[in-house]
Design a protein around this ligand. Structure first.
Ligand code: GDP
Length: 199
């Protein structure tokens, strides 16, 4: 399940511009500042996500080809505190288009910051994916933090998030605890994605 090779392929502004082949792919999404670039870099062990942080590329769908066999897709962060209402709406229409039209999408890795209490926007996003029958895994980030926002602990924030989600689903999505600082969850997440690919 290890990543031996990772290569930036392209940035696309619409689902129909994404690479056209049969390789399976995983979309990585989450609120801005959730730790998405750090996690992608930790997974591939190189500064891949830097590409997508370049001005102009943050609002694009960025495809990385892994081991020449599957894609890891970096999508724009949502709900950035300072984004204008119109920027948020842009995120929805274009990213939703990708989710609803991408046949090779295996699952969405929804990143959730475990250092802060559950956020409405993350729950909304999970609900939207669930309603549209798009498979997802909760990837909790920053689990190394012993005390997060407002003195909350990651384990408690995660339990609360699960409880709130549990009210919306019969069967809760799989989840992984990660830290880009300690490397926690890295192998588990890669193994999980390889199992989903071979399912
Ligand atoms: P992005 O906006 O989602 O791409 O988030 P970044 O990867 O740029 O990370 C946002 C901030 O969170 C940065 O200050 C990172 O150093 C910090 N961060 C990211 N991942 C972790 C983590 O696993 N643990 C801790 N303690 N901080 C993290």
């Amino acid at each position: 399940a290890q990543i031996k090779q990772a290569q930036f392929v392209k940035s696309s502004s619409r689902a129909k511009d994404c690479p056209k082949d049969d390789r399976p792919e995983f979309a990585i999404i989450g609120r801005s500042n959730v730790g998405k670039s750090s996690l992608i870099n930790a997974l591939v062990r190189q500064d891949m996500a830097l590409t997508s942080k370049k001005p102009g590329k943050t609002q694009l769908i960025n495809h990385f080809l892994i081991n020449k066999s599957w894609y890891m897709v970096d999508l724009p962060g949502y709900g950035f505190a300072h984004a204008s209402e119109s920027a948020r709406i842009d995120w929805s229409s274009f990213t939703k288009g990708y989710f609803l039209n991408r046949d090779t999408l295996v699952a969405v890795m929804l990143l959730v910051d475990a250092s802060i209490p559950p956020q409405r926007i993350d729950l909304d996003c999970a609900n939207w994916l669930g309603r549209n029958n798009i498979g997802m895994t909760f990837v909790f980030t920053k689990c190394d933090k012993t005390k997060g926002g407002k003195g909350t602990r990651p384990v408690d924030n995660i339990r609360q998030f699960q409880e709130l989600i549990g009210k919306c689903y019969g069967e809760p999505p799989p989840w992984v605890m990660t830290s880009s600082v300690t490397g926690l969850g890295r192998d588990e997440l890669l193994l999980h994605m390889s199992q989903l690919r071979n399912y």
